[in-house]
Design a protein around this ligand. Structure first.
Ligand code: AQP
Length: 332
């Protein structure tokens, strides 16, 4: 059976971008179409300045939201990255496969390093190397598909390169995975700055819709979304990014086509109002289920424990094979 792997990092509260770009598809389609693993990639949250208590809280919240969004632990495997040592074991071998140059070309590294420096902080070495850990996350399971938002395309491409290089050097060990993206809303933009991605670790701008925002907060953020001075509603991602972003979100909520939707609106006010209604309705069941699950954190912890055991059993033989292939003595 085909394998699917994807993850979410607890660097902030999950956003509408995470939901439309990734999580909703995991729940509606991916978990039913393959042997699927979904992971709270907590080690990735340590690549930037972090508060330990917050990472712990956000990790449990992210896991709870994945379940609230519909991931079914009877159907797929939900776990926390740091609970399965195979990820970091494999990461080192892949660091020995990657080059310094290819790591420095990663767009997210350049952007996040610049952000860290602008905040007056230093750049952690792990920020440079974390795409290798992400490659290990995927390759350890011999995943064929990696359902992600558009922003992760470059990292999955790196993962493919590393898998091919490793296989050529040491013999067939890894499956070469491919990224899949949603047809619309593969990159949801910040409502206040529609030229930049809606990112959960970005400073709160009022342009980021969080999954756990109250409905009136969601409505306010959407009604205040930046558009432009155009009179008509037109879908043009380059020239008119604000309206295009709203049309993408509306289309994704209803499985529609953003270009066709544009023709149905005569004003931005009406468009925003419909987007707000659609997003509130989309998120309502997730918020409600999250509230129920939060009342019993022991249940979530049990799912994560069971998920880690299953994931470990899948990753162990793959990582052992990689250790053997590169010439390391078996531990006996
Ligand atoms: N705006 C987005 N639109 C569509 N998909 C998105 N994803 C993230 N943002 C958007 C997808 O959600 C999955 C989990 O994301 P992540 O936790 O790896 O990254 P993030 O939410 O982008 O986290 P950060 O910490 O806020 O990172 P930066 O600083 O890069 O913005 C992924 O499949 C991702 O593609």
């Amino acid at each position: 059976m085909a394998r699917i792997f994807s993850g979410v990092k607890p660097t902030g509260h999950l956003t509408l971008g995470n939901y439309l770009g990734a999580i909703r598809r995991w729940a509606e389609r991916d978990q039913h179409s393959a042997e699927a693993l979904f992971c709270v990639v907590d080690l990735h949250a340590l690549t930037v300045e972090h508060d330990p208590a917050r990472v712990r809280r956000l990790s449990r919240q992210a896991a709870t939201l994945l379940l609230a969004a519909g991931l079914d632990p009877d159907v797929c495997t939900v776990f926390v990255q740091s609970h399965v040592d195979e990820h970091t074991r494999l990461s080192y071998l892949l660091e020995c496969t990657a080059t310094d140059g290819e790591m420095r070309r990663m767009i997210q590294y350049k952007e996040k390093a610049a952000r860290e420096r602008a905040r007056g902080g230093s750049v952690r070495l792990s920020l440079l190397t974390y795409p290798v850990l992400m490659a290990a996350d995927i390759l350890a399971y011999r995943a064929e598909e990696v359902p992600v938002g558009e922003d992760q395309a470059q990292h999955v491409e790196l993962t493919r390169d590393l898998a091919v290089r490793f296989n050529q050097r040491y013999g067939p060990t890894f499956t070469v995975p491919r990224a899949t993206h949603p047809a619309v809303a593969a990159r949801v933009m910040d409502l206040q700055d529609p030229t930049s991605k809606m990112g959960k670790s970005h400073d709160a701008t009022g342009g980021i819709v969080y999954l756990l925002d109250d409905p009136d907060v969601v409505r306010r953020k959407i009604m205040r979304a930046v558009t432009d001075s155009g009179r008509d509603v037109e879908y043009d991602r380059v020239a008119r990014p604000g309206p295009a972003n709203l049309l993408d979100v509306l289309a994704a909520c209803g499985d529609g086509d953003p270009r066709e939707l544009a023709g149905a609106y005569g004003s931005y006010g009406a468009l925003k109002s419909d987007v707000a209604d659609a997003v509130i309705e989309l998120l309502r069941p997730v918020r409600e289920r999250h509230a129920e699950l939060s009342a019993d954190p022991g249940q979530v912890d049990a799912v994560l424990k069971e998920g880690a055991a299953r994931a470990r059993a899948m990753a162990r033989p793959v990582v052992d094979a990689a250790y053997d292939a590169v010439g390391l003595l078996p531990a006996g």
